[in-house]
Each structure stands twice: as C-alpha cells, then as structure tokens.
Design a protein around this ligand. Structure first.
Ligand SMILES: *[C@@H]1O[C@H](CO)[C@@H](O)[C@H](O)[C@H]1NC(C)=O
Ligand SMILES: *[C@@H]1O[C@H](CO)[C@@H](O)[C@H](O)[C@H]1NC(C)=O
Ligand SMILES: *[C@@H]1O[C@H](CO)[C@@H](O)[C@H](O)[C@H]1NC(C)=O
Ligand SMILES: *[C@@H]1O[C@H](CO)[C@@H](O)[C@H](O)[C@H]1NC(C)=O
Length: 958
C-alpha cells in the first residue's frame, strides 16, 4: 500500500522579493497571506501563484523574527520558510486576521519549518494552536526541514479571527506562514458555526510529476498534493475541462479532476489507507472523507463504470457512476467511528465493464468550534484600548477565555449561556497617557474601572457613564473621598434588584450585593468638568467617581473657570445643584401653568449646561394649530419672530436661492448684525402643509443639539410662513458625496467618519435625549447639512413624529412618508415607524459614505445600494464597494467596520438593528482606528523606502 510520507511536503516555487506595501488585510480576492518573521513592512509576490505575501507586521505584537540557518536556505525550500517568528515570552501569542465577514467560512492554514532558526538544533518542539477560543490542533515538529502544515475550515463568528500559538512547555512556539482564504458558505456543508474541519490529507491522484496544485488553478487556494503509485495504478487524464456541477459542494478544481488512477490489473480494486493521528489533546471523534470522481474517458454505449466504496470492509457508497467531464463527490456528512487505521477499497460492481477510478480525496477530522468568545463589543472596546495605549502585558487572544489564559489586570464574569463579559479593569500606574478613550464607555458590563495614577490628559468623557446592565447598587460601603449620593432606600434598592434579575437571569443573582460601579481617575492630568451624564449617575447612586489629584478638574457644572483646587467642594456642591434644578423646574412649571403666553427664561439655564443635555422636565406637545391665530397655546415659539417685510430685507428681496424642496424655496440672507442665515419660505402651492411646517418650527424651538440644525426665528404673517435657520455654508452631504461640494473635492474617509458620527449623535439625541423620543422619518444625505468646518447637522424635521415608547408606536399615522431607497421595509409593511426606521435610513447613509454611490443605483437596472453592497461584501470584496475617490487612503478595518454597522442598521427585522446609541459608540471606535491609521501611515511614508504612495494628489491629512 502507498505511504503518506509526502503528504505535508510543500515544494513550491521560490519567490522573488519585489518590495511592495505590506497591508495587514485581505487582498481583492479576500486572501490574507502572511510570511511570518519577514522583517519590516515588506511583501513580495510569489512567482508561481502571483499571491502577494506580506510580513507579519501589524498582525501580531509579540515574538521575535529569525532567519533559518543558512544550510536550509536553498532553492528547493520555498522563500516562505526562510524566516520564522518565534514566541519565547508569554503562554499565548496570537495573530489577528481582520476585515473578515462574520459568519462566513474560511480556510485557515498555518505552516511551520524549524530550519534550526534558533541555532540550538533542538527537536522535537511541540505546542498547541487555537482558533479564537477553540482548540485547533497540536503542532509537533520532529524534522528540521520537513514543513508541517495545519489547515482548518471554520465559520468565523466575528469580523476578525485570532490564530494563537500556545506554549505547552515542550519548546518555544514558532511559525513560518499563515494564510486565510474565504470560502462560500455552501462549500463543505460539514462545517457550521459549532463544528470545523481539520485537514489530514488532500490528494490528487494520477499526475506522475511532483507538483502540487493550488492557486490560481484552485481559486480557493487549497493545496492538492500529487499521489501516484506506479506499481499498482495506471494514470488516466484528459485535457478537456472538467466542470463543476451546479451547487457543487466542494468545487474540486479542473486541474485536479483532469487526472485519475485505475488499477493496473483491470480486475483489481483501488486500495489505500490512512492512519489516525496520535493527538493526545485532540478528542477528534473520527474522520470525514470526501472522494472526488469524474469520468475522463468517453465510454461507448455498451460500456459502463460503476463502483463501490468500502471503508474497513463496510460499504460506504453502494454504487457510484462518475459523469463524463463533471466533478462529483461521495462524502461523509458525519465522522466515522474512530479506528487506528482506515482501509479504503474501491471495487467495481458486478454490472461494471470498466475498472474503478478515483480522481482525488480529502480527509478531515472534526474539531469543535462551539466555545464562544467574550462579548464582541467588550472585545472590540478592549482591543481599541490596548491599541491606543499600547498595553503589552499578556494581552493576547481573547481577554477572558480560555480561563487559564485570561488577561492580567482584568476580571470577567462567566455565564453558562451568555458570552463572558469584562467586569473590572485595573490599569492603575502603568503609564497610560493621552486622553481617556471613549472605548472605556463601551465596556458595558464594567463595574470597576481604575485608571488612577497615570498621565491621562484632556477631559472626562461622558461615555464613562454608560449604564451597565448588571448594575445593582447597594452603596454605603465606601471610604471617604468618594463622590457619591447615597439613595439606598429599601424601595429603590429592591426595584433595582428586580430589574437586574429579569435582565441577566437569576443565575447572576448569587453574585449578591455588589458595590456600586466605581471609576477611579485620581492622580492624572485631567481637566474640565464632570460631564452631566456621569453626574447624573452619581446623583442616582449608581456610580462612585474618584478624581482627586487632577489639578485642573473643576466641579461646578457649567462655568468652568481656570484651575482651582475645588474637588473637595464638589461633594457638597452637587447635592445643592440638584435641589436648585428641581426647584427651578417646579417653578418653571407653575409659571407656565399660570402664564402661558410669556417666555420662561429659566429654560435656557438647563440647556446651557451642555449641548447634549435635554431639558428634562419638558415634554413635547404637538397639535394642529388653528388658523394661524396669534394666541396659539401649543405653538410657543421662543425664537425671534420676523415680519414678512423683515424677511424681504434680510434676503434682499428673495434674491439668491440656496435650494428647493417640497415646501418651497430656501433663500440666502443676512441679519442686521451680518450673520448669514438660510430662510425657508413655504409657498402656498407647497405639498408640505401648515402642519408639517409648524411641526418643524415647534421641534426646532424646543430641542437644541450641536448636531441638529438650529432655528434662529420664524415668520407667520397671515399667508406667509417662513423659518430662519443658521446658514450651513457647505450645503448637503449628498452634494459632497457626489463630488459637487463647494470646492468640488471629495471628502476624505476621516471627514466621512466624522460626519457619520456627528449625524448619528444628532439622531441619537432625537431618540434618547428627547422625551418622548422623536422619529425623524426622513433621514437621508440631503437632510444632513454641513457648515464651514464640515460639521454635520440633521435638518428637515417636517415629517418627524413623536414616538410613544409605552406601546411602541407613534401617535398617529395614515400615510407612508420618507424617501425611496431609505424607507424601512418593516415600516412600509406595518405603517408603524419606530426609532429603528431612522436607524435603517441611517444605514443607507453610511453605505453612501462608504461607496460614494446613491441610495438607488440606476445602472444597468435600479438596485438598492444595500443589495448592491451586500452582494460584494459577502464575497469579502471591500475594494469592490469602496469609493475610489478616497484613493485608498483609509484604515480598511475601520471601513469594514462601518460597512458592518451599515449591514446591521439595514437588517430587515428592526429587532436586529442596533440603536443609535450603539451606532454612535461603534463609529467612535472607527474614528479612533482611523486616527491610528493616519499616524501609522505618516510613519510608513517616512520610513518605508519603496512604498508606492497611494495618494496621488488627494488632500493631505490634517
Ligand atoms: C512528537 O513526535 C515525536 C516523534 O514522533 C513523539 O515522540 C512525541 O511524543 C510527539 N510529541 C507530542 C507532544 O505529540
Ligand atoms: C453542526 O453540525 C453538527 C453535526 O451535524 C450538529 O450536531 C450541530 O448541531 C450543528 N451546529 C449548528 C450550529 O448547526
Ligand atoms: C486494514 O488493512 C490492514 C492490511 O491489509 C490490516 O492489517 C488491518 O487490520 C485493516 N484494518 C482494519 C480496521 O480493517
Ligand atoms: C468490494 O470490496 C469489499 C471490501 O473488500 C467486499 O466486501 C465486497 O464484497 C466487494 N464487492 C464486490 C462486488 O466485489
């Protein structure tokens, strides 16, 4: 019987080393090809496959690179093995492969050749490989020049995957190469979310030469090793194309299928076998085999070829007739029971006039991928934190799992059915510098956060106040110096506990009394005020904040004056402020009730604390106005009221038109003090009725946010109606995406991200900051306006509706509103808009920002941008969707992330869409990634001689 000795020997062409830019991301085929240990940021194109191999810079932050000993550098050894990365430090070291499509199948291949790189000539070396939080396989290297290949096919649950080398005390782990190839989900049906395949062999029967087949002959770049035993087999072959049938589950490439073997003696069988691999750590339940067949001879009518496949004498296939020049397979969907050896016999059936044949075979064992990693939002946040502050430690792989490899300086909670969560993080005294990342606020289950005694600067982000769903406040256990308001009365505590039980399940209840959440920021260089969200959480008793020893923090709310040491005072000041606020509110209310028609100056006080704080006690009221009467109680406009004559003067007799909408025209104007304004005048024939016009006026007088366009005044002069807005000199986002902005230049990716984030913040305010929430109902590129500084503001509230969160519906509706291409299909079918309808439309805007294309593409046939982008993204093809006018100057990971946010926002079912709050948090992370990218690429430009600059005249990074 034939031996398997050459199964894992990779003898591919040597490679040339043309230096290109190294990129830690997939190429246009979705391939990631890493030559581990290649120094610097170089890459080269492999002569034979034309695949570009990049150094591992940016894929891992551990280990050292080495060349193999000179005696192993020879033409027979492919260049990929000339260097390795070795990991003497840390129990686990990982490579992160990014920009993947969550839920897609991937082939992951790691290669190892020792080549005496450490000069110690010490073998065997053995270590474990993990894919994410799942054990993959043991690598056992016994021969210095024989490469070892490990390959798996798995479903990747997130948009990135980690391949980790785990030191098991049997030598220093090292690696030569790492590949990732996307596979369509229909391929290898044995692979699903909880089960992957580990390759044992992939053999191409027949070719008598020694070359293996891979890319480009196999578009999936599987490696098919030749196998021919001249003593027992005849080779048959064809030069005709062997086609894949429709819905082929394995897509064996034609080059492999064009050769086959038959027994030399036509009455004999084809016999071969494989042995089970001794793998102490691998509880592999057995093997899966895939036999590939195609008839290569055009048989006359009276001839036939049919055969059985037997495994260890048990019938596996009861009669297979290969089709002429079509690839087909006989395969097992479940693993065979484990045996030490598997004997395969392929013998002709009694009816067959031809001997049996076989073209190719694949053998796999089954690996479990059922372990789920730490909550992906936690991972994403902690990874951003790690990158931003360059935290080294043992921060490799999943933060919480496996438990024996969990990261230092943090603790996790582990639940049976939910992903692990990060519950505390102690980064005290480790020299953190720069601002406090908003990602800390994205650790949504964090109870205890200690950033004390570092060099953190800037202000305290409001994000630190993010409500954690696990919180249970018991209070009263804190030492002096904590800023807290104790409201631990029995009723409130009981209610809180109740909520916590229902949210997280009774299992967590055993964790019992927790302290309130803690944030320790003492001993830094922070400045500014305690943000209102944080203040509120402190006042509500959920949070203890410690911030002493930050000389520039001031604590009296809105008026932040030069540094004085006021931190002690704050403890006493906060409570009175709350009281004053409460009194003011009550007075305000009374005042309103008693005297409805006058303005209430107190309102502005609360608004001024921070742009994004809503006037809390105000509830919005809308009602149809009656015939424009001057004493309309439901329209209490607080802004300036203009007469028609004034408008004429302001706009110089309505001379310059800025734009036109369904309501009428928008004119350019100047107030007396020279402030430029936009004046929206309703024409009588307009299809935007009085009601919409007033709705907009009312909304804009009552809500104020830096990302919502602000109204300066209005005019209601018998038959004329007009609204006067702040002037947004850069026009609509739509124009800029289409390259029709004022200066005709295209937006950079960073500008797009900023605009996305700011618009998202505006919408979030409508949904979360307003009580009851407001649904905009017409979110689109033309309703996002930009000012001189390209700051984005949401405009056009004429269609906005109040959302009643109690029963999940808005007050009333009878007609579908919105703009084609942006309208939520669920709203379309139910006629009930929700805040998630805005999320859907915003997802479309995100896609416009990524692709530079309109919501509905017209060429060749109308297609929604959502489908257009999804078709391409599902194939892992980001470059096929991204707006070429950005000249490739972006962090591709951030781009993928935005595309993924857009995908989630445009989910068909609103329940699967994120909230605007989630979207804001995610976009903030993208912006941080992009900042990092820009820093890196400047560096790269300076250091890496020979890099092909990707910007040819685009704007310089600011
Ligand atoms: C590695 O292979 C060698 C030689 O086959 C064997 O003696 C050793 O036990 C193996 N080690 C492990 C950890 O599998
Ligand atoms: C994956 O396949 C295995 C074996 O067929 C099955 O037991 C398991 O439930 C499947 N998992 C999923 C998530 O479908
Ligand atoms: C496989 O074949 C070999 C040699 O013919 C034999 O010794 C062995 O017992 C067979 N194994 C099984 C599981 O049938
Ligand atoms: C084919 O081979 C198997 C295993 O050796 C044997 O059990 C079976 O009887 C054979 N069938 C025929 C038709 O020869």
């Amino acid at each position: 019987m034939a031996a398997r000795s050459s199964l894992f020997l990779l003898c591919l062409a040597t490679a040339t080393a043309g230096v290109l830019q190294a990129r830690a991301q997939p190429d246009s085929k979705g391939f990631i090809s890493v030559d581990c240990g290649l120094p610097g940021k170089t890459s080269y194109i492999d002569d034979k496959t034309k695949i570009s191999y990049a150094s591992d810079d940016g894929f891992t932050d551990g280990g050292k690179h080495y060349n193999v000993s000179p005696e192993y550098i020879k033409p027979a050894v492919t260049a990929r093995y000339y260097n390795v990365r070795s990991f003497p430090d840390g129990a686990r070291n990982c490579y992160t492969l990014r920009s993947l499509v969550a839920g897609l199948k991937y082939l992951i291949r790691a290669t190892f050749m020792y080549g005496n790189y450490d000069g110690l000539n010490k073998l065997p070396v053995s270590f474990d490989l993990h894919i994410g939080v799942n054990f993959w396989t043991v690598v056992n290297i016994t021969d210095p020049i024989q490469p070892v290949n490990r390959e798996a096919i798995v479903v990747v649950p997130d948009d990135s995957v980690q391949v980790c080398l785990v030191n098991t005390g049997a030598g220093t782990p090292f690696i030569s190469g790492l590949d990732l190839r996307p596979l369509m989900n229909k391929l290898y049906p044995q692979v699903n979310a909880t089960q992957g395949l580990l390759q044992l062999a992939r053999l191409n029967f027949g070719p008598s030469d020694e070359t293996s087949i891979r890319y480009p002959d196999d578009p999936h770049d599987r490696v098919w090793f030749p196998w021919f035993d001249a003593a027992k087999w005849n080779e048959i072959s064809t030069t005709n194309r062997v086609q894949n049938i429709d819905n082929d589950l394995f897509e064996a490439p034609t080059a492999v299928m064009q050769t086959a073997v038959t027994p030399i003696n036509a009455s004999n069988n084809i016999d071969f076998f494989w042995n089970s691999q001794p793998q102490p750590n691998d509880p592999a339940p057995g093997y899966i085999a895939i036999f590939h067949f195609s008839e290569l001879e055009n048989l006359p009518n009276n001839a036939s070829r049919q055969f059985y496949i037997n495994i260890n004498g048990i019938l596996f296939d009861d009669g297979f007739t290969p089709s002429f020049l079509y690839a087909e397979a006989s395969y097992s969907s479940k693993p065979f029971v484990r045996h030490p050896q598997y004997n395969i016999t392929i013998n002709a059936t009694a009816n067959s006039t031809m001997p049996p044949l076989i073209n190719a075979v694949e053998v796999y064992s089954v690996i479990s991928t059922a372990n789920i990693g730490t909550d992906s939002q936690d991972v994403s946040a902690i990874m951003t934190i790690k990158a931003k502050y360059q935290v080294k430690k043992n921060w490799m792989g999943d933060p919480c799992l496996p438990r024996n490899l969990a990261w230092d300086n943090l603790t996790c909670s582990y639940a049976i059915s939910n992903p692990a969560r990060i519950t505390s993080l102690n980064l005290s005294k480790i020299g953190l510098s720069g601002e406090i990342s908003s990602s800390f606020g994205n650790l949504k289950a964090i109870q205890y956060l200690d950033l004390s005694n570092n060099n953190l600067t800037g202000s305290i982000p409001n994000a630190l106040s993010q409500l954690s769903s696990l919180t249970i406040f018991t209070g009263g256990e804190d030492d002096d110096g904590w800023l807290m308001v104790d409201n631990n009365d029995g009723a409130a505590g009981g209610r809180q506990r109740q909520r916590w039980r229902t949210v997280e399940g009774a299992a967590r209840a055993v964790e019992g009394r927790r302290r309130g959440e803690q944030r320790d920021l003492t001993g830094n260089q922070l400045n500014g005020t305690i943000p209102p969200g944080l203040l509120k959480r402190i006042q509500d008793g959920f949070l203890n904040l410690r911030y002493g020893n930050n000389p520039n923090i001031c604590t009296n709310g809105n008026s932040c004056q030069p540094p004085k040491n006021k931190s002690k005072l704050a403890i006493y000041i906060v409570v009175p402020i709350v009281l004053v606020l409460a009194i003011v509110s009550v007075m305000t209310l009374l005042y309103c009730l008693l005297r409805r028609k006058k303005q209430v100056p107190f309102f502005t006080y609360k608004g001024s604390m921070n742009n994004s704080v809503k006037p809390q006690n105000e509830t919005m009221r809308y009602g149809p106005t009656n015939n424009g009467s001057r004493h309309n109680s439901s329209l209490r406009l607080e802004n300036r009221r203009f007469t028609y004559n004034e408008l004429e003067k302001i706009t110089n007799k309505f001379q310059r038109v800025l734009g036109q909408g369904g309501f009428g025209k928008v004119y350019d104007g100047f107030l007396e003090d020279g402030t430029e304004v936009a004046v929206k005048v309703r024409t009588e024939s307009s299809n935007q009725g009085d009601k919409e016009f007033l709705v907009e006026a009312q909304i804009l007088t009552r809500i104020h946010h830096k990302n919502l366009v602000s109204m300066i005044g209005y005019c209601k002069d018998e038959k004329y109606m007009a609204l006067v807005y702040e002037y947004m000199s850069e026009g609509t986002l739509q124009e800029h995406i289409a390259g029709k902005g004022n200066d005709g230049r295209y937006l950079t990716w960073k500008e797009r991200l900023r605009i996305a984030l700011e618009s998202a913040q505006g919408l979030e305010y409508l949904h979360k900051g307003c009580n009851p929430p407001l649904i905009h109902r017409d979110v689109k590129g033309t309703n996002i306006l930009l000012n001189t500084r390209l700051e984005a503001k949401i405009a056009d509230f004429g269609l906005s509706k109040v959302f009643n969160p109690e029963n999940g519906t808005h007050v009333s509706t009878n007609k579908l509103v919105g703009t084609p291409g942006y309208v939520d299909p669920e709203y379309q079918s139910t006629m009930q808009p929700t805040t998630k309808s805005d999320v859907y439309s915003f997802g479309v805007v995100l896609l416009e920002l990524v692709t530079g294309k309109p919501a509905i593409l017209r060429d060749p046939e109308p297609i929604s941008i959502i489908h257009w982008a999804q078709q391409r993204l599902a194939r892992g093809n980001i470059e096929g969707v991204v707006d070429a006018s950005m000249h490739g100057d972006y962090d591709v990971n951030g781009l993928w992330k935005v595309a993924d946010i857009a995908r989630k926002c445009t989910a068909l079912s609103s329940a699967h869409r994120p909230t605007m709050t989630d979207v804001v948090a995610q976009l903030q992370e993208c912006l941080e990634l992009e900042d990092k990218h820009q820093n890196n690429s400047t560096l790269e430009m300076e250091q890496n001689f020979g890099r092909i600059p990707s910007i040819t005249g685009g704007p310089a990074a600011r």
